[in-house]
Ligand binder design. Structure first.
Ligand SMILES: [Zn+2]
Length: 266
């Protein structure tokens, strides 16, 4: 055997040993979620093995509570707008688009990811014979001021606060909130009776699969600050929407994430 051949053989042998050692380590490594409390069952990587062991898998804690910056970060899909949380003055999302869905009462925009999710949701509903319509989407602080001031002028502030958000406090200003209607009975638009329409029932059962939650669930006014709105949904992403839905079909965002809600401070 020539010297060069011997060197090649040795290199190949070294590679085989390294790969074999790594594979054994991977096989023996405890998987996440398994009970590893018994130290005798834990495998330790071969100290001779120079391959870097994978860093310990630690699941990041779920966002929770007032102090978590995710709830005030307008770039987060968990940003909160309620009667205790005002959005930054004049906030306008940078990625507003028109979802390619049937609309009513105007030509509504949503943030890009929410719009795409909505298009998928409307298509899935149509497959089930359910005809959804988008009745409201992004509303600017300016438009919200116009609407709110109109209600105040007509019926007084106390009444206005029960049916409309003050400018800067509206979920619709996030570009992630939508009011849905249906084609089965337009007389139920923006009313409690929407919950009994085929569209209302479909949304209650399936919206979370597309990242939307019912933002103002039944009997949660003290917590959310708003009476039941079976038509108002909010995009937060499939992961959290599914977790909230699985806890309780009428679980509110505020309850799940430990966020202050209810009425205005003043
Ligand atoms: Zn709404």
């Amino acid at each position: 055997m020539t010297k060069a051949l011997r060197v090649i053989c040795l290199v190949l042998l070294a590679i085989l040993l390294a790969v074999g050692g790594l594979t054994l380590y991977k096989i023996n490594k405890p998987t996440e979620g398994e009970n590893t409390s018994d130290p005798s069952t834990e495998s330790t990587p071969d100290p001779e093995n120079t391959a870097e062991p994978a860093p310990e898998q630690t699941s990041t804690p779920e966002p929770y509570g007032e102090a978590d910056p995710v709830f005030t970060d307008v770039n987060s899909y968990l940003v909160v707008a309620n009667k205790k949380h005002r959005l930054p003055e004049g906030y306008e999302p940078a990625d507003l688009v028109n979802p390619n869905v049937e609309t009513r009462n105007g030509d509504w925009q949503m943030r890009q990811e929410a719009a795409a999710a909505m298009e998928n949701m409307f298509a899935a509903a149509a497959q089930d014979g359910v005809s959804l319509v988008l009745g409201s989407g992004y509303r600017s602080e300016e438009l919200q001021a116009y609407l709110y001031n109109g209600y105040v002028a007509d019926r007084g502030q106390e009444y206005a606060d029960t049916i409309s958000s003050r400018p800067g406090y509206s979920d619709h200003q996030t570009g992630l909130a939508a009011d849905f209607c249906g084609n089965s009975d337009p007389s139920t638009d923006l009313s409690f009776s929407f919950e009994n329409t085929v569209e209302g029932e479909w949304l209650r059962d399936h919206a979370h699969e597309y990242g939307f939650i019912m933002r103002y669930p039944k009997d949660k006014q003290d917590i959310t600050g708003y009476a039941y709105e079976p038509w108002h949904f909010r995009y937060i992403g499939v992961d959290y929407a599914t977790k909230i839905y699985n806890r309780d079909v009428f679980c509110s965002f505020e309850e799940y994430f430990g966020i202050e809600g209810g009425d205005y401070a003043d």
